[in-house]
Every structure is written in structure tokens, then in C-alpha cells.
Design a protein around this ligand. Structure first.
Ligand SMILES: NC(=O)c1ccc[n+]([C@@H]2O[C@H](COP(=O)([O-])OP(=O)(O)OC[C@H]3O[C@@H](n4cnc5c(N)ncnc54)[C@H](O)[C@@H]3O)[C@@H](O)[C@H]2O)c1
Ligand SMILES: [Zn+2]
Length: 409
């Protein structure tokens, strides 16, 4: 698969076309009830996206838990840009689908063969877990297969085609983790609080980006770093850098509130690009914010092609750049290959999602970020019950919060 020309929609389509998607008639209930207490109900609800911009709660029999399977009671799940994308236009052609891949919950039942998670950590009923990628072509994969797999060719719960199982995504009361040759990976994260667990997936994106940045050999503890874009991705980028000991961070955005948050995450200086006309003036402001120096390294965390064009100007000769802002195709960007790249000898890396190892690093990052008082939980600005999943997606589309989450009662 050509990762140099990434088009997420095509990739997801290709991946999904290899799977069966037989959708039996929905046993939809008009007013399904939430499960009561800790006993496992016979039936439970999923939020089924039945058409564009519309989820409905449907009730189905919970599947039989086989010897290798796990049944998890969902506690919460973050709303991802990918969910919003699918909600708006169904670009992946998944409807009907149960979305939600940034989820976490408690194991309520598991098969006798399930003893450890993907990292080899013991698991038992009552443990809190997250799922990671599904390697259906390589079910034996473990996180010790260093960097063997990124997401090319992998699936995730929450972007699976609907089938008889139904409980395929985290926007539900329960999720069913299939064992054996299905290739599921999952981690026991009982030692993290609920908010941290909901933030694992987006944080893994930044752990991976920083790992990619480190491959250039330029990112050092005393580097001057620019982080452009202070949405959840840029803010977490600052938190990861700060937590690992990089303390000279300049945050660039056009939103004062987000820039204030960036400071609380560890940015030492901020630049509001709205206050400057033209890239030369903006470059001067970034330079001034860094004591008269251009950046040693920069992270591009917006999906704006102009922002990509600009960022080269902020970097010193021989410096580095990690471009991670284009999870989906956001259009072409213009650069001058002579001035921006070649004569400056810029060390450029792209970064896209994460691998299994990044997940393990992310658990440690979240513990350390909390220990040093970073306001990670405040990234989750809005929490909705499952019944209000349509509102949660609309809130995400309105771009008025940071991280939106569905949290079950
Ligand atoms: N590499 C990956 O695997 C990966 C994973 C998830 C998301 N992403 C990408 O990361 C990007 C950011 O995600 P997010 O959730 O933080 O998005 P977001 O839209 O909430 O944040 C983007 C921020 O960039 C700022 N911005 C826009 N134009 C700018 C400019 N010219 N200069 C400086 N700041 C500017 C906006 O004000 C906003 O605060 C998205 O485009 C997404 O596709 C990548
Ligand atoms: Zn996501």
C-alpha cells in the first residue's frame, strides 16, 4: 500500500472490501432500556448510524462469549475526527455502522483461553481495557514485533462493517472483542483513570509523531521547538514534548483560548498568527518568541495546506520538521523546494497514526503528564450520554469544544 500518497478514504475502503459485511435485519427497539446493575443483560444497545448524520439506539442480543472472546461493558469513548467525517458523508461506505474507536470499558466476561493482553499483562474480569488495531492477516502479532506494522492493512473496532455480532464499536453499552484468528489487540489499562483512558488513542498519535521526529536526530532536550496548531493534536504534542523534558516550546495558533491552554500544557511562548500579515512578519514573531532564533524542530499540527507552506520559514538551516496534520487529504501545499527544503537541508518526516509499541509508551506518558500536573482531563470539554450521540457528533462538527466524549452512565 502506497503510504506516500495517503488517502484515508481509499485505504479504509480497500481494507474493508476484504471483510464480509452481511447485515441481518435490525431487531430495533423503539425505546430500548439501559442495562441495569452489574449483571450482564441478555440484550444491550448499540448506537447504529443508519444514515448520514443519524444514529439510532438499537437493541440486540449480546453474542455468546467463546473461549477466546471478551465482552466489555463500555464506560466511554472519544469522538474522533474520523467519526465526524463518517457521520457527515459516509466516505467509507460503512452505513449501517457502530462507530467509536477511542473507547474503554470493563471486562465483564471472557473466554477461558484469555489470560493476558497484547503486552503479556494478565487480565481478569473487572479489568479496564482499550482496544488497538485488528491484524486480521497476522493474528499472532504482539507489540514486541518492533514497528512491524503500522495501520496499513489493519482494522479497528468502531470502523468495522456491520455483521451478526453487532457489538463492533465503542458507541454502545457493550463491545464484543473477538478472539483467535480475528487478530484483535487490546491492553489492560486498569491503572489509568477514565479520562486518561479515553485520551489514549489521540495521545498515541503524538507519541508516534515524537518517535518519528526523534529519528532525525535533531530533537534534543534543549531544542527550540515550534508546534503549529493548538487543537487537541497540537496541545497533546506540547504535553508529550514537555513531559519528556523538551521545555523550549513555541505554540502557534489563531485562537487565544487555545494558546492559553497551550501554555498550561507546557508551551513557553505563544504566537497568534492572526496578529501578523504575511509569512515574513509571522516568521519574525516566531523568531522573537524564541529569543531571536529560528526553530530547531517544528511539528505541523493543522490540516491547513497554507500552514504547511509557512512552517519551513520558522525552521533553521539543518533543522527538522514533522508533518502530522493531514490525516486525510487536505489538498496540495506549495513550497519552494530550493529555499524551503534543499538549501536549508531540512530533515522532514511524516507521521501517521501509531503502532502497538506507541500504545504502551502512551500509558506511561499519561501517568507522567498527570503526575506533573498537566491539565490532560480538561482536553475533554464535553461529555454526552449514549442517548445523545447525535448531539455529541454535532458538537464535534461545530468545532466549539476540544475533545468530545460519549460517557455511559
Ligand atoms: N497524523 C495522524 O495520524 C493524525 C491523527 C489525528 C489527526 N491528525 C490531523 O491533525 C490535525 C489537527 O487535529 P486537531 O484535532 O487538533 O484539529 P483542530 O481543527 O481542532 O485544530 C487545528 C488547529 O489549527 C489551527 N490553525 C489553522 N490554521 C492555522 C495556521 N495557518 N497556523 C496556525 N494554526 C492554524 C486552528 O486554529 C486549530 O486550533 C487535523 O488536520 C487531523 O487531520 C493527524
Ligand atoms: Zn481516532
Amino acid at each position: 500500500m502506497d503510504m506516500n500518497n495517503v488517502n484515508i478514504e481509499e485505504i479504509v475502503k480497500q481494507v474493508l472490501s476484504g471483510m464480509t459485511g452481511n447485515a441481518p435485519a435490525a431487531a430495533a427497539a423503539s425505546t430500548p432500556a439501559a442495562p441495569a446493575g452489574n449483571t450482564i443483560p441478555k440484550k444491550a444497545r448499540v448506537a447504529m448510524m443508519t444514515e448520514k448524520k443519524h444514529f439510532e439506539l438499537q437493541e440486540y442480543d449480546l453474542p455468546e462469549v467463546g473461549d477466546d472472546d471478551i465482552l466489555v461493558k463500555v464506560e466511554g469513548c472519544g469522538v474522533c475526527g474520523t467519526d465526524a467525517h463518517e457521520y457527515k458523508n459516509d466516505p467509507f461506505g460503512l452505513i449501517p455502522v457502530v462507530l467509536g474507536h477511542e473507547g474503554t470499558g470493563e471486562i465483564v466476561k471472557m473466554g477461558k483461553n484469555v489470560k493476558v493482553d497484547t503486552a503479556g499483562k494478565p487480565v481478569k474480569v473487572g479489568d479496564k481495557i482499550v482496544t488497538c488495531m485488528i491484524f486480521k492477516d497476522d493474528p499472532e502479532i504482539t507489540m514486541f514485533d518492533l514497528n512491524k506494522k503500522n495501520v496499513g492493512g489493519a482494522d479497528v473496532y468502531g470502523l468495522l462493517p456491520d455483521d451478526d455480532v453487532k457489538f463492533n464499536g465503542w458507541f454502545a453499552d457493550y463491545i464484543f472483542i473477538r478472539g483467535g484468528s480475528f487478530g484483535s489487540t487490546f491492553f489492560n489499562v486498569s491503572d489509568l483513570d477514565l479520562d486518561s483512558r479515553i485520551l489514549i488513542e489521540p495521545c498515541a498519535v503524538l507519541v508516534h509523531a515524537v518517535e518519528r521526529a526523534k529519528t532525525t536526530g535533531i530533537l534534543k532536550f534543549n531544542s527550540r521547538v515550534v508546534v503549529q496548531g493548538c487543537g487537541p493534536i497540537g496541545l497533546i504534542c506540547i504535553a508529550v514534548l514537555h513531559t519528556m523534558g523538551v521545555h523550549n516550546i513555541c505554540a502557534v495558533d489563531g485562537n487565544e483560548q487555545r494558546l492559553e491552554f497551550a501554555k498550561r500544557m507546557g508551551a513557553t511562548t505563544t504566537v497568534n498568527f492572526m496578529n501578523f500579515k504575511g509569512v515574513e512578519a509571522l516568521t519574525e514573531a516566531v523568531k522573537e518568541a524564541q529569543g531571536g532564533h529560528l526553530a530547531d524542530f517544528a511539528f505541523q499540527c493543522t490540516g491547513n495546506p497554507h500552514a504547511h507552506s509557512n512552517i519551513y520559514k520558522f525552521i533553521r538551516n539543518g533543522g527538522g520538521l514533522c508533518e502530522l496534520g493531514f490525516f486525510i487529504n487536505g489538498g496540495d501545499a506549495t513550497i519552494n523546494p530550493h529555499f524551503d527544503l534543499c538549501s536549508k537541508e531540512i530533515n522532514l518526516v511524516g507521521s501517521w497514526v501509531y503502532n502497538l509499541r506507541d500504545y504502551a509508551t502512551t500509558f506511561d506518558f499519561l501517568k507522567r503528564a498527570k503526575a506533573i500536573g498537566l491539565p490532560m482531563s480538561e482536553l475533554i470539554t464535553d461529555k454526552y450520554p449514549l442517548e445523545e450521540i447525535n448531539e455529541a457528533l454535532e458538537k464535534n462538527l461545530s468545532m466549539t469544544g476540544l475533545k468530545i466524549a460519549v460517557v455511559n452512565k
